[in-house]
Design a protein around this ligand. Structure first.
Ligand SMILES: [Zn+2]
Length: 244
């Protein structure tokens, strides 16, 4: 059995946090809150220099309340540590590339799998762009985060696993080092009191206001629908990575 097959098995045996039919059934009552530049709104926050997996252009925007929550979380960190955002709001063009890339990666890992399996495996870490439930990052309510030291080095959330070995992905992943467990506890302690909620399959993914959040907290509706990228958004990265 290859390592990749073990990784898939490990995931398949974990209770999956969110049921797609339940997510799709959540009504959305868009509240109209704008996207804001989280770096401008909260100078304590950092934007990661690069995405650990996908090299696509990014914008540093989230919904207004989410920016406030991130700032609140950052203020709970001990001196010498910073809350770093890998991605917040993601424009649809980026989501399409993201999902295409995730499908290619799934094909590499499972060359003999059928289309449905590949789509499901890709969908675990990248939402299909045209799904009924808006992909969380398209709503401006979701963020991927980590914690770094002042020199930019990242705290350990994954050892003894490598970044590309997704056995570390679930918040309650088994077999983590004591250090990784400790740092995940810190992450939860700063983020949970703010109102942001964790997607249990990914320790780094937190959201407020989207369908996943509504399901996790028992809200009767999501308050953030998909939202268009503002024409004056400031992009970071190589724009040639996006189809024109
Ligand atoms: Zn995410």
């Amino acid at each position: 059995m290859s390592d990749n097959t073990s990784a898939l098995d490990a995931h398949s045996h974990d209770a999956h946090a969110e049921d797609q039919d339940e997510l799709d059934a959540v009504p959305i009552a868009e509240c109209g809150e704008p996207l804001v530049d989280f770096l401008a709104a909260c100078p304590a926050l950092l934007l990661s220099p690069r995405h650990p997996v996908f090299e696509f252009p990014r914008v540093h925007l989230v919904r207004e309340s989410v920016a406030r929550m991130l700032c609140d979380a950052a203020s709970r960190l001990p001196d010498g540590l910073r809350l770093q955002i890998v991605e917040g709001y993601r424009p649809i063009a980026v989501q399409r590339e993201h999902f295409r890339h995730a499908l290619q990666e799934a094909k590499k890992r499972f060359p003999d799998a059928d289309e449905a399996t590949l789509s499901r495996e890709a969908g675990r870490y990248s939402a299909p762009p045209d799904a009924i439930t808006p992909p969380p990052h398209l709503t401006g309510g979701a963020v991927d985060v980590s914690i770094v030291r002042e020199d930019g080095s990242e705290l350990d959330f994954i050892s003894p696993f490598e970044m590309m070995d997704l056995r570390h992905a679930a918040m309650n992943a088994r077999g983590l080092s004591e250090q990784a467990e400790k740092n995940r506890t810190l992450l939860r302690e700063i983020l949970e009191p703010t109102g942001l909620t964790n997607y249990a399959d990914e320790w780094w993914h937190w959201s407020y206001g989207d369908n996943g959040w509504a399901l996790r907290v028992g809200a009767k509706a999501a308050i953030y629908d998909k939202i268009e990228v503002p024409s004056d958004a400031h992009w970071v990265g190589d724009m040639s990575q996006l189809p024109s």
